[in-house]
Design a protein around this ligand. Structure first.
Ligand code: NAD
Length: 500
């Protein structure tokens, strides 16, 4: 392990990379082809490690391991409380290794180390604990179908699940997918994003240490159009649970339809509005607006990338927002004072580099005639940094108000009446989340019922919880993560009917 010094005097150990191979049937194995790909630290721009790259043949092996574990192994057959016992062990091991795991996510994605260590990783361990608590409470219903028949339902695990996740939450999104499905008794093949392969392999290692049987959790690393596509088109996978872009979500539905009609759930992109009314607590609104777009460098699906401000407070809001955003601290993601790290390094094979894409949207915003209030350029330090950027006078049909940029770029729009605010908020293809800042309960109620989005935050933002269902309307996808709704995604309901 190498040490780096923090500005608060502490030192942080950068772990040596222990796991770089595929995890199939409880073992770390090389890919059949021997191919590997690089993962890059977005802060230092250096290669961290070379990772085994899974082709279709490797995915076949992983699916076979998961299928055998499902059809023949103990996992779906053991009691819910026994599954819970092993899940709880896994959660404890995650807590024990949180420093090392946080460091892996930081070097892989530019995420803030202290946030990962103190919040995201413990929250992920708690997600396992939440679903462990549900594992022994999965039961059907007794029904009386008619005078002649008696009926009951069984809740059965759906089978082998393919989980495909993006790079902006390598830990959190891994457990968002794995926790409910493993509690349900499913077995799985997980494909992390090619940009952030490191921590998932460590989690697989800890699952084995916790005693989770071989073949239940398999991890295959690789690119979307190869490894991912081999999962979505596989004839022996029963369901795919996907988090990622709307563009890829569409491909996943197509692949599922063309193969074995596997069940699909899609957690996709967003362009969420934070609607600030004249009567809002303006300081709180400014705080949430800054956090809502600049947290995790804007690489958050439910980022408040559109702030809609009522005209009576527009000028004051803009002034205060600018002050607050200027104080947002850019720096090394290992430093406890840093709020803004480098953008994740995403050299796609199939699409444009993410960093370049963010900068090109900033140029588009300028060309479209929006006023650049803050930022707009790369930061002049080593690493893939982009300044926190704010555009005002944005019109609702501009690209910067319609497209998901997935970076630290905020668009501010003005509205006059409640009706106009609702209309602008809904004039978008996405429907993931929305925030409402008002002291008027009638306004809050009217607007929350009128916005077509899966989560509405009133006088708060990013308030997520293991028990609060989260998922999109419209082109932000369908199917819920978190809460018992996510557990039910991984269960079949079987009806059994018998004469009385
Ligand atoms: P992406 O869609 O490019 O990739 C996501 C995953 O899909 C990666 O693992 C990738 O390798 C894989 N993939 C790509 N092409 C594939 C294909 N043809 N077949 C199968 N798999 C394929 O998304 P990204 O750039 O990694 O992540 C950013 C996106 O994720 C944003 O749109 C963001 O809003 C979204 N996101 C949504 C949520 C949510 O809960 N709704 C959460 C986080 C991120």
């Amino acid at each position: 392990m190498a040490d780096i010094s923090n500005s608060d005097g502490s030192s942080i150990q950068i772990p040596t990379i222990k796991f770089t191979k595929l995890f199939i049937n409880g073992e770390f194995v090389d890919s059949i082809s021997g191919k590997t790909f690089e993962t890059i630290n977005p802060r230092t721009c250096e290669v961290i490690a070379r990772i085994s790259e899974a082709d279709k043949e490797d995915v076949d092996l992983a699916v076979k391991a998961a299928r055998d574990a499902f059809d023949l192994g103990p996992w779906p057959r053991m009691s819910g409380s026994e599954r819970a016992r092993l899940m709880l062990k896994w959660a404890d091991l995650i807590d024990e290794h949180k420093e090392e795991l946080a460091a892996l996510d930081t070097i892989d994605s530019g995420k803030l180390y202290h946030y990962s260590k103190d919040f995201e990783i413990p929250l992920s361990a708690n997600m396992l604990r939440y679903y462990a608590g549900a594992a022994d409470k999965i039961h059907g219903q007794v029904l009386k179908a008619s005078m002649e028949f008696h009926a009951y339902t069984l809740m059965e695990p759906i089978g082998v699940v393919g989980h495909i996740i993006p790079w902006n939450g390598p830990t959190f999104l891994f457990f968002t997918k794995v926790s409910p499905s493993i509690a349900a008794g499913c077995t799985m093949v997980v494909k992390p994003a090619e940009q952030t392969p490191l921590s998932a392999l460590f989690y697989a290692h800890l699952a084995k240490q916790a005693g989770i049987p071989d073949g239940v959790v398999n991890v295959v690393q690789g690119f979307g159009h190869t490894t991912g596509a081999a999962i979505t088109s596989h004839m022996d996978i029963d369901a795919v649970s996907f988090t990622g872009s709307t563009e890829v979500g569409r491909k996943i539905m197509e692949a599922a339809a063309r193969s074995n009609l596997k069940q699909v759930s899609l957690e996709l992109g967003g362009k969420s509005p934070l609607i600030v009314f004249d009567d809002a607590d303006i300081d709180k609104a400014v705080e949430f607006a800054v956090l809502g777009i600049f947290f995790n460098k804007g690489e958050v699906c439910c980022a408040s990338s559109r702030v809609l401000v009522q005209e009576g407070i527009y000028d004051e809001f803009e002034k205060k927002l600018l002050e607050k955003a200027k104080a947002w601290t850019i720096g090394d993601p290992f430093d406890s004072k840093t709020q803004h790290g480098p953008q994740a390094r995403t050299t796609y094979i199939t699409s444009k580099d993410h960093y370049e894409k963010i900068l090109s949207y900033i140029e588009k915003g300028k060309r479209e005639g929006a006023t650049l209030l803050l930022g707009g350029k790369p930061v002049d330090i080593k690493g893939y940094y982009i300044e926190p950027t704010i555009f005002s006078d944005v019109k609702e049909d501009m690209c910067i108000a319609q497209d998901e940029i997935f970076g630290p770029v905020l668009s501010i729009l003005k509205f006059k009446t409640i009706e106009e605010g609702i209309k602008i908020a809904n004039n978008i293809k996405f429907g993931l989340a929305a925030g409402i800042m008002t002291k008027n309960i009638d306004t809050a109620n009217t607007v929350s019922r009128s916005i077509r989005a899966g989560t509405i935050w009133i006088n708060c933002y990013f308030a997520l919880g293991n028990d609060i269902p989260f998922g999109g309307y419209k082109m932000s996808g369908f199917g819920k993560d978190y809460g018992l709704d996510a557990l039910y995604k991984f269960l079949h309901v079987k009806s059994v009917v018998t004469p009385i």
